[in-house]
Design a protein around this ligand. Sequence first.
Ligand SMILES: Nc1ncnc2c1ncn2[C@@H]1O[C@H](COP(=O)(O)OP(=O)(O)OP(=O)(O)O)[C@@H](O)[C@H]1O
Ligand SMILES: [Mg+2]
Length: 405
Amino acid sequence: MQTANTPKTSMYRNPFRPGAGHLPPYLAGRSAEQEEMRKLLSQETITDNAVITGLRGVGKTVLLESLKPIALESGWLWAGTDLSESACISEDAIAMRLLVDTAAAASSVLFEQAQHQKIGYLGDSEVQRFPLSYETLESMYRATPGLVSDKLKHVLEQIWKLLKNTEVRGIVFAYDEAQNLSDHKQEAQYPLSALLEVFQSLQRKGIPFMLLFVGLPTLFPKLVEARTYAERMFHVMTLSRLDEAASREAILRPVEGHPIQFGENSVNTIVTVSGGYPYFLQYICKEVYDLWIAKVTANETPTIPIENIIRKLDSDFFQGRWSQTTDRQKDLLRAVVALDSCDDEFTGMEVSNKSKELPIKPFSPSHVIQMLNTLSDRGLVFRNRFGKYSLAVPLLSNFIRRQYD
Ligand SMILES: Nc1ncnc2c1ncn2[C@@H]1O[C@H](COP(=O)(O)OP(=O)(O)OP(=O)(O)O)[C@@H](O)[C@H]1O
Ligand SMILES: [Mg+2]
C-alpha cells in the first residue's frame, strides 16, 4: 500500500461495490462482449439473438446494464426486466409481461410521433393523449382471435407498423435471470416455447425485435430443450472470470487519484485470491480498502490481512450455502473437489471413482447422479447439455477444500 501526502479525510472514500447488480466503479474486461452486441445491433434482419450466461457473480447483470446505452445510441428501444421474481408461468402472463415492457419502452417515441403524423390504427385523439399505453395494447391483444402466440404476434406486428415510420431501428427485449422461464407440461402451459416461437416468426417477417436473455448456465440448455431451433437462434456469450490484465484494471482504475493506492504485491494477492471473479474482486477490494482507510486515519501501517478476509468471505458468501447441505452431500462435494477437473466439468462416474479413494463411504454412479441433481436444484452444481456437471458457484471448490484442510 502507498499513501500520498496529507490527504483530506473526505478523499477516503471506498469506491468498490460488491453486491448483485451493483454497478462497479470500473467495468473491466468486457469490451469484447460490448463489441459483439454492437454487431448484433447492426443486423438488418435479425437472425441472431443473444444469450449472456455465466456463473453467479461473474458480472452478467452489470454487463447487461452497460449494453442498454449502446443499444439506445444505435437507435434501438430497450424493453425488459428482471425475471427473478417471475410470475411468467402461463402463456398469458408472459404475453402481458411483454406488452407492459413494450409500452414502457415505446411510449415516448410514439407520443412525439403522434404530434406530427396521423396514426390510423389507434385513432388520432386517443394516440395523442395516451400513446401506446399498456391498456391500448392489452385491449388489442384481447380482441385478437387465436392462440396466445397468435395474439401476441399480431400486437407486436402492429407496434412495428407504427414504429417503422420513426427513427427507431428496432426493440431489444432484454430479460435478466431468464433461466426462470420455463414451460410447464403438467399445467399445459408453454410460455417459453411461445415466446421463442413469436420472436422467430416476427424475425422471419423482417421485424427487428431482438431477444437478449441473461442468466445462469442452465439458461441456454433450457431454451434448446423448449425449441431445438433455439440453438441457431441465439449467439451465446459466456462470461468467465476476468483475465489478469482486466482484474488489475478492476482493482486499480477505481482508486486512480485517490490518496490510498494499491501496491504491486497487494494487487497480485487480490488477483490470486479472487480468481479474477468480479464479485470477489469487488468484495476483497472493498474489505481491504475499508481497513486501510481505518488504519491510515489512525496513523497505523496497513497490510493486507488476507486470512481474515478469506474467513469473512467464507462466512458471508459460502457458509450459508454449505450449511444447507446434508452430511452425505458434503461427502459428495468433497469427492468432487478432489477431482483435478472440479473447476471445469466432471461426470458422475468420475465422482464415484474418486469417492472410493477418500475416507468417506463410497457412492455408486447412480447415487452420485441422483445427489448431483438435488444439489443442482439448490444451485450448487449445474448439468450442461452434454450430461456433464460443473460447480455453479465460483471458487466453491477452494472453500470446500478449506473445510477439510
Ligand atoms: N467487469 C467487471 N469489472 C469490475 N467489477 C465487476 C464487473 N462485472 C461485475 N462486477 C461486480 O461484480 C459483482 C457482481 O456483478 P453482477 O451482479 O452483475 O453479477 P451477475 O453475474 O449478474 O450475478 P448473479 O448471477 O448473482 O445475478 C458486482 O459487485 C459488480 O459491481
Ligand atoms: Mg445478475
